[in-house]
Ligand binder design. Structure first.
Ligand code: FES
Length: 370
């Protein structure tokens, strides 16, 4: 995002340059699903080539978001194929050991199943969703790795990270065969790769004692990637100091000065800590395209890593997810699901969630062409 060669004041405030804020126009919103991005298409094509050369079974990723309807009382679902039909176990087990078969698992998540040396299916399904920024990835038979084409992350056959930027193992699903049916269920037990509670379970339960030892800032921060984090609160003077100590280079404040608890001297405190500062007031009831254009352009110019904050993390989360969707070629559904896994939930603010859909749909083509 940040380019050292770009001229950027050490600290700036774009409030005075902001365009007049227009009410959100409901007519602008589209309920249509976004089309497959260039990156997803690339992922799919890359995966297909690997699948063909490796003799593995691979179904087109774009078809994987058909929610399965067959479900048992404990939330397990039947593994489905490209047409949303249950896949007979024999169809996959007829393939040689080492075969990776991509099926639609929980909530339609693309999930890799593995045929083991003894001709059975591994109980560990590996979810095809890179833990860096959510790209899908192929299995490379030659290197015996899952290889993410977006930023080069590499994962071992069990989904452990072998090379970043991803820093968390791939999500697992529990898999078993019953008769000729393949069942897929959430993996909520200890993660056998780490010996700890899985990160996706911790993300669902923020009361876990994983905050122990974290700084006051880290407890209120969600790191989306190496460049971008959001704070879920108004940062205190102490947290601003901690931001500098934690290695952040910039702070972007999306709060309006008239909001309760607005920190009047935040700009001075941030500058004193040696960080860049930008302030773009975003009224949650009046988010517009032009205001969002300004926020994204500012993120592009600030030095990384950047810490964005508002009051609760909804505005900053929405802006960060829009930025990720456009820059990483992710669909809105995928970026919202990735955000939710990380703890950014926009469900409580449906108008903001709707705006994320609208903005990404309206600007996708321009970003793809750029
Ligand atoms: S490395 Fe996979 S999304 Fe970035």
């Amino acid at each position: 995002m940040a380019d050292e060669s770009l001229p950027l004041e050490h600290s700036f405030n774009v409030e005075s340059n902001a365009s007049p804020i227009d009410p959100i126009d409901d007519k602008l919103f589209s309920s249509e699903s976004p089309s497959m991005s260039r990156r997803q298409l690339l992922n799919f094509l890359t995966g297909s080539v690997v699948a063909i050369t490796a003799g593995s079974i691979l179904f087109p990723g774009a078809k994987f978001f058909i929610p399965p309807s067959e479900e048992n009382d404990s939330g397990a679902v039947l593994a489905k194929d490209i047409h949303g039909k249950p896949i007979p176990a024999q169809q996959i087990l007829a393939n040689p050991p080492g075969t990776r078969a991509l099926i639609a698992g929980l909530a339609g998540e693309p999930t890799y199943l593995t045929v083991q040396e003894d001709g059975t299916l591994s109980k560990m399904g590996v979810v095809d969703n890179c833990t860096h920024l959510g790209c899908t990835f192929p299995w490379n038979e030659v290197d015996q790795q899952f290889q993410c084409p977006c930023h080069g992350s590499r994962f071992a056959p069990d989904g452990s990270v072998q090379r970043g930027p991803a820093n968390r193992p791939l999500k697992l699903s529990r898999v078993w065969v019953d008769g000729d049916a393949i069942w897929v269920a959430p993996w909520n037990d200890i993660d056998p790769r780490t010996g700890e509670t899985p990160w996706w379970v911790n993300n669902l339960n923020h009361s876990q004692p994983t905050d122990a030892g974290k700084t006051e800032l880290a407890k209120e921060t969600i790191k989306l990637n190496e460049s971008l984090s959001i704070a879920t609160t108004q940062l205190s003077p102490n947290q601003l100091k901690q931001a500098a100590q934690a290695g952040y280079q910039s702070v972007l404040n999306l709060r309006s000065p008239n909001e309760p608890g607005f920190l009047e001297n935040e700009q001075q405190l941030v500058k004193r800590a040696g960080l860049q500062y930008a302030h773009i007031p975003v009224n949650p009831a009046q988010i517009t395209d032009s205001l969002t254009d300004q926020v994204l352009a500012t993120i592009d110019q600030l030095k990384e890593p950047i810490l964005i904050h508002c009051q609760s993390g909804v505005r900053s989360g929405a802006m960060a997810l829009i930025f990720m969707a456009l820059h990483e070629g992710m669909t809105v559904d995928r970026v919202l699901s990735t955000g939710q896994q990380m703890g950014i939930n926009l469900d409580a603010q449906p108008q903001i969630k709707q705006f994320v859909h609208h903005y990404v749909d309206a600007h996708r083509q321009a970003y793809t062409a750029a």
